[in-house]
Design a protein around this ligand. Structure first.
Ligand code: ZN
Length: 87
């Protein structure tokens, strides 16, 4: 069980880390693809065959998880705003 001071520390840590991460997602929404490490393709060593990376559609970049979360929040706020304007 967490004591009161460690719970307060974890809350303070989350209050600092989460806004910093979301700010990073606003400034740099894309990251290098984990599967192909930003190359966008895989190359076979044996026959020099090239295969396109399907995780990033050959761009070598992927959206960060926080960027997707921010987009979902933005969409739900937009949907709520549209619902309220219709009334
Ligand atoms: Zn990739």
């Amino acid at each position: 069980m967490l004591s009161g001071s460690s719970l307060a520390f974890l809350t303070l840590l989350a209050a600092l880390v989460i806004p910093a991460y979301l700010g990073l997602c606003v400034l740099w929404p894309l990251k290098l693809c984990r599967a192909c490490r930003g190359r966008g393709r895989f190359q076979s060593r044996v026959l020099r065959g090239v295969r396109v990376c399907l995780d990033c559609d050959a761009s070598g970049l992927q959206l960060r998880a926080g960027t997707r979360a921010l987009a979902a929040i933005r969409e739900s706020l937009q949907a709520r705003r549209n619902r309220n304007n219709r009334r």
